[in-house]
Design a protein around this ligand. Structure first.
Ligand code: SF4
Ligand code: SF4
Length: 420
């Protein structure tokens, strides 16, 4: 059987998932990319139509469909709003993995991916060099973001205008890897930082761990953070992704004195708890919960209230956040901070989409642009989000709009107060 015939056969196996789509078009109204470019192949309905066209023999160039499937933020808004319950995320990830047989990943990309996924200790060891490299190759602005220096702009291509967040001089796991035992211990938890909190927003990780310790909660932290695997899945490397999920589940299972995995990245939580269990068919023995939800559920009224913040505040709710807990997130800011909190009118995706941001930066930037402009026009001084990926993108959008603010996690402000 040829590679193309094999692809056609395997795509047909997705038919049971695809036939759920009634072609109603509801997903058009919520897709951030369709809103921007009005192309049917940008939206879930159009992408699924292309998959069907291959196995029904109406379309021969299977590898071209990969590009259309890859042009997706994996924000899940189409799945969330679909009246027929179509599992669009599962369909896209499985279809991309099948199409990888005819649309091979360049060898250098596969090598980078394998190192990023399989060598977390190496990534952590390289953090000081990434940190130094950024200082040499990029210039810092007032919000602490870096932009490529002039001599690098020609090689940076589409990314020349991107403002990037500093890479920490030391990985979070170097200081906190292992069991961090609280004085007067009342319980133990696992904290899974994810790559961005382990290497970039290490101050978020520090704030989360130290806050938990402050309240007598001991924290298990990985010795080296193993990626949740979602970047592999979005690149069509489903087997690598499953390996990452299984390795992380093995580590969680090895910790017998904690039954809760606290996360600081909704996409990691989605990649492990939601899609991870679907892709591997393995049920986790642990409960996954976002740090804000955990703090409210477990500590609630023990946490300080009325922490003064200068100026008004707003919040970006990440697409992958457990939306049954959106109110908990907003109330956390209202309850614990003394600030004029206001919702954003723009509740769209920030446009980050993980690897989408690097592969399609001009489109990613365009999706996020209006959000940065609203934050500037309404003069917010504090911008919160509980997702490091969204924080990177929002900070870039705000810098592009001259909003004078960078995104942070609410726990960073809480911990700043506890330290005083
Ligand atoms: S909203 Fe759901 S059923 Fe309607 S077109 Fe989109 S994927 Fe299909
Ligand atoms: S996941 Fe998001 S970007 Fe992708 S098709 Fe669905 S709504 Fe559009």
């Amino acid at each position: 059987m040829s590679a193309v015939e094999n692809v056609v056969r395997k795509l047909r196996e997705l038919e049971d998932l695809l036939v759920q789509c009634s072609r109603c078009g509801t997903c058009q109204a919520v897709c951030p990319l369709y809103k921007k470019d009005r192309q049917e192949h940008s939206v879930a309905r159009g992408k699924m139509f292309l998959i069907e066209a291959i196995y029904e023999g109406r379309l021969e160039k299977a590898e071209e469909v990969f590009a259309h499937l890859d042009y997706c933020l994996l924000c899940g808004r189409c799945k969330r709003e679909c009246p027929s319950g179509v599992k669009t995320d599962e369909i896209f990830l499985k279809a991309k993995a099948i199409l990888r047989q005819v649309k091979k990943m360049p060898a250098w990309q596969k090598l980078v991916l394998k190192v990023a996924m399989g060598k977390p200790e190496l990534l952590a060891a390289l953090a000081p060099f990434f940190h130094m490299g950024l200082k040499v190759g990029a210039k810092k602005n007032a919000e602490g973001l870096f932009k490529p220096r002039h001599f690098l702009r020609s090689v940076a291509g589409d990314l020349a205008d991107k403002h990037v967040v500093n890479i920490a001089p030391e990985a979070l796991t170097k200081k906190y890897g292992g069991l961090n035992q609280a004085k007067n211990e009342r319980m133990r938890v696992i904290f899974y930082p994810g790559c961005a909190t382990a290497l970039i927003y290490t101050n978020w990780g520090e704030a989360i761990i130290e806050t938990l310790l402050h309240y007598g909660i001991s924290v298990h932290v990985p010795e080296a953070n193993k990626c949740c695997g979602i970047p592999s899945a979005t690149m069509g490397e489903l087997e690598i992704y499953k390996g990452q999920v299984n390795d992380n589940f093995d580590w969680f299972d090895s910790i017998l004195d904690a039954d809760t995995v606290i996360t600081s990245c909704p996409t990691c939580e989605y990649g492990l708890a939601d899609m991870g269990q679907t892709a591997t068919g393995r049920s986790s023995t642990k409960r996954f919960v976002d740090i804000i939800v955990f703090l409210e559920e477990v500590l609630g009224d023990e946490l300080p209230t009325g922490i003064p913040l200068e100026g008004s505040s707003t919040l970006h709710v990440p697409c992958h956040y457990d939306h049954s807990k959106d109110a908990v997130l907003k109330n956390f800011i209202r309850k614990h901070f003394d600030t004029d909190y206001q919702d954003l009118a723009n509740q769209n995706c920030c446009g980050f989409g993980g690897t989408f941001n690097l592969k399609n930066y001009p489109h990613s930037k365009e999706v996020g642009r209006s959000k940065g402009e609203e934050i500037r026009d309404r003069g917010f001084k504090n911008l919160f989000t509980p997702c490091p990926g969204c924080a990177m993108q929002l900070s870039d959008s705000c810098a592009g709009a001259d909003a004078g603010v960078a995104a942070t996690h609410p726990v960073v402000e809480l911990y700043r107060h506890l330290k005083q």
